[in-house]
Design a binder for this molecule. Structure first.
Ligand code: ZN
Length: 573
């Protein structure tokens, strides 16, 4: 592979304090170096901005429910989203749930080089990795679902915290996972009995534990085994009016736990827009974004991503391990005039002893008051938050909207005129009266955008080799045609829609929005450190219960190495 020198571009690298300075970036053997000696490919980035490759902290791209979503929605194959085969690329299709190969290409075209699949049922891990292997260019990681796992709840109930920590480490190893995911803790287990939980101290049926104990137990285990990322939490009561109280209480549960010394945070709350709701019912539904922001501004132990709503060209495919929420959404969508094709169909899934899931098509319309308010809440969170290293941009793809719409949202953040146009001329007037968006003048700088899409996400994930362009970082770079001195909303959206260049591990993979190479990405994996003896003690207990709980043999559970041909182990210190 030839060395690369990027010249004349304006470099945005907040971790290394570069805010649009002209600086050469040199890449050798896939890594950023001080200086390349001798022959190198020169990229002239005159009139362009140079950023680290994008790092998406939460996007449902792979695994059983994603694949079910594809099969479930033939109407999702919109003509504008058919990718034709070329000499280098395979064909694909899908608006909100793209084909596996298309997912890799489309992310690369937006300048993204690392994407996290945040919900992997343990039993479906092999499927998740099989799809990863068909998803070129981008690096990937997957978060195993642990918040409703029977062994987790048993160990917490018995106060066997060493065994719990060993179990988490073992799960990460056998599923080739990266971090602990918790979805509606306790609620998905209760859903097996047609119930849910609605407070942190509700009981999980037949396990005698509470959501609070599950969150605390897993947060302590996470720190005990020294993982690079915090626990990654989808709160209880997602999507319900007035849920902000519960969200803030959830944040409080882990305040006293000491994080490892390399980070301040102890818990990441995902797609927080769906958990930042005020009011008491859909009639007086309103934004509680300021309460969330106020809390975060004074509490370093929490990070969030947003789950921004996008007003779509078509219905998106919502999918989550929160089975009871999808049941509720199916009914909400079916009963009200919420758009063209509301939740008339619904998939519910259960993974034995581990997790559940649900899928419902959903159309976000600016004319629908609740949807317009949701749209505004996401932007409020992003715009009001002072410390951009505590908040990250996501749409919870495909739940709030597909990742291909990110450039639209970047435009809303960077250009008040565009977002006010939508707010005042397209949205239900409830978006004005029930949120504070109209009064927010702040516009994102390129550095702000760089933090919420790259620098901050990489840091939060404990990935020190990306999210910045310092010496030693991997050669993941995205370059966009944008003049910071003269940019309007249209120019911003256009620039971020088609990267001028995306470079992955020192190889040009995209030029002017076209795929130039399609290398295989790397799987990011981690393993916790466990005290001697704990692993054996935990395994002997797990094995004793295995035959009663699982339909497969213990020895067939582990994802074999052949499913992960290119791996990078990341440690947490
Ligand atoms: Zn999600």
């Amino acid at each position: 592979m030839r060395d690369i020198i990027i010249k004349n571009g304006l470099v945005y690298d907040p971790i290394n304090d570069l805010d649009g300075e002209k600086k050469e970036i040199h890449i050798k053997d896939g890594k950023i170096v001080d200086k390349v000696n001798g022959d190198a490919k020169i990229i002239d980035a005159s009139g362009m901005i140079v950023l680290p490759g994008g790092v998406d902290i939460h996007s449902h791209i792979s695994g059983a429910k994603v694949n079910s979503g594809r099969a479930f929605r033939p109407e999702d194959k919109l003509p504008n989203y058919n990718d034709k085969r070329t000499k280098l690329t395979r064909s694909g299709t899908g608006y909100s749930v793209p084909s596996t190969w298309s997912t890799g290409y489309r992310y690369a075209k937006l300048g993204y080089t690392t994407v996290i699949e945040p919900a992997m049922p343990l039993l479906e891990a092999r499927h998740t990795h099989e799809e990863f292997n068909e998803m070129p260019i981008i690096d990937k990681a997957a978060f195993p679902l642990l918040g409703n796992n029977w062994f987790v709840m048993r160990f917490i109930k018995d106060k066997e915290y060493d065994k719990l920590a060993a179990y988490v480490a073992w799960v990460l190893k056998v599923t080739k996972g990266y971090a602990v995911k918790i979805v509606n803790p306790g609620g998905v287990e209760n859903w097996c009995w047609g119930k849910n939980v609605d407070s942190l101290d509700d009981h999980v049926l037949h396990f005698d534990v509470t959501p609070r104990e599950i969150i605390e137990g897993l947060a302590k285990a996470n720190e005990k085994i020294g993982l690079p990322h915090t626990i990654h939490v989808h709160c209880n009561n997602l999507g319900h009016p007035g849920n902000v109280k519960h969200t803030l209480a959830t944040m409080d549960t882990v305040e006293k736990i000491n994080p490892q010394n390399h980070r301040d945070s102890i818990m990441h709350i995902t797609h927080c827009q769906f958990n930042a709701y005020g009011g008491t019912n859909w009639g007086n539904f309103e934004s509680a974004a300021p309460e969330v922001v106020e809390y975060l501004n004074s509490h370093k132990h929490i990070t969030i991503d947003v789950g921004q709503v996008i007003f779509g060209e078509a219905a998106t495919t919502t999918m989550t391990a929160d089975g009871p929420w999808e049941f509720a959404l199916h009914h909400l969508g079916g009963m009200s005039p919420w758009g063209a094709k509301p939740g008339v169909k619904w998939i519910n899934g259960q993974v034995e002893g581990e997790s559940g899931s649900g899928i419902v098509p959903y159309f976000f319309s600016p004319k629908v008051a609740v949807n317009a308010i949701q749209w505004a809440i996401g932007l409020e969170l992003l715009l009001l938050m002072k410390n951009k290293y505590q908040i990250f941009f996501t749409t919870d793809h495909p739940n709030g909207g597909p990742f291909t719409a990110y450039p639209k949202a970047f435009r809303w953040l960077m250009d008040k005129k565009t977002r006010d146009d939508i707010l005042l001329n397209q949205c239900s007037n409830k978006a004005e009266t029930q949120t504070h968006l109209k009064d927010i003048d702040y516009e994102y700088s390129i550095s702000d955008l760089c933090i919420v899409t790259r620098a901050g996400t990489a840091k939060c994930l404990g990935l020190k080799d990306r999210g910045h362009l310092g010496v030693g970082a991997i050669g993941d770079v995205s370059i966009f045609k944008l003049n910071p001195e003269n940019m309007d909303g249209h120019a911003i959206e256009k620039a971020f829609t088609q990267a001028a260049y995306t470079i992955k591990d020192g190889q040009i993979v995209v030029k002017d929005g076209e795929i130039m190479a399609s290398p295989m990405g790397t799987l990011l994996q981690t393993e916790g450190k466990v005290k001697e003896g704990d692993m054996e003690a935990m395994l002997s207990e797990v094995k004793a219960y295995w035959r009663d709980h699982y339909s497969i043999n213990f020895n067939n559970y582990r994802v074999q190495d052949v499913y992960a041909p290119k791996v990078k182990m990341v440690n947490g210190t």
